[in-house]
Design a protein around this ligand. Structure first.
Ligand SMILES: [Zn+2]
Ligand SMILES: [Zn+2]
Length: 260
């Protein structure tokens, strides 16, 4: 069975294809479940790389319309990939209660530091930032609002050598996932972003082997996410490859999420 819960659309301004284009691609690729998880806008601030806030309604309507039109061919789920900051708790609740999202995919690209300031993980000055990043994920998972953590090893994209802070960040995130029951996403988009030179090795930015070796030891549930930004990526060669790489680490990826 093929299921993908990590799908973007052109609304985020850095992906191509309409909602309908992704549904067509998913049907062509034989998916049973397609979850839309475009980058969530926030009501009070435009953090960039996402739809304007006033497109939230049209986005949900488009997904709902397609879900109805294709209900005999494919299960379509309505979600968002979203950052966590404590001050947005009422907003997350509104997304469930008012907008009736099926799920929120925790996708931390930026996070609130101890002073409440939003920081992009990609702009970290040192690996100590990974600890703040990991603690923000742990805090988010405690709310119970997020069924999945997108690219939980995203901090590994920063161009530092792996060190004890990186290990500690993995442990914080894995412990939090274990306690909350959230599923970890093995992000296939990391392959598409290519191999890079790091101070200690040549590797993909993510997925990072060290994180997933620890995840394997912890026995946590893992699902593969396409993180597609183009309809052709809904189920491209990166998906079977992700499954194979996980299998080599001793992880059998879930085929779908239990209640989604
Ligand atoms: Zn994106
Ligand atoms: Zn994404």
């Amino acid at each position: 069975m093929k299921a993908n819960y990590h799908t973007h659309t052109q609304r985020c301004r850095h992906a191509g294809g309409s909602e309908e284009d992704y549904v067509r691609a998913a049907l062509d690729a034989g998916l049973s479940i397609l979850g839309f998880s475009d980058h969530a806008p926030f009501p009070d601030h435009d953090y960039g790389y996402r739809m304007p806030y006033d497109e939230l309604g049209p986005y949900f309507s488009a997904v709902e319309r397609l879900a109805k039109a294709h209900d005999s061919d494919i299960i379509i789920r309505k979600g968002l990939e979203i950052e966590y900051a404590p001050r947005y708790m009422p907003y997350y609740e509104q997304l469930f209660d008012h907008w009736k999202v099926d799920y929120l995919l925790l996708g931390e690209h930026f996070y609130a530091d101890s002073s409440g300031e939003m920081r992009f993980i990609s702009q970290a000055q040192d690996t100590e930032a990974n600890l703040c990043y990991a603690r923000a994920i742990a805090e988010a998972l405690k709310t119970g609002l997020f069924s999945m953590v997108a690219h939980p090893d995203l901090f590994a994209m920063n161009f530092f050598a792996w060190d004890k802070n990186c290990d500690a960040a993995c442990d914080i995130i894995l412990d939090a996932a274990a306690q909350s029951g959230a599923v970890l996403e093995y992000n296939a988009n990391g392959y598409r972003r290519g191999i890079h030179d790091y101070p200690d090795e040549r590797r993909y930015m993510y997925p990072h082997k060290k994180f997933w070796e620890k995840a394997a030891r912890a026995g946590l549930p893992v699902i593969i996410g396409a993180d597609c930004h183009d309809p052709a990526q809904v189920w491209d060669e990166c998906m079977p490859r992700a499954r194979e790489d996980l299998a080599n680490l001793g992880i059998t990826a879930l085929e779908r999420l239990e209640n989604l």
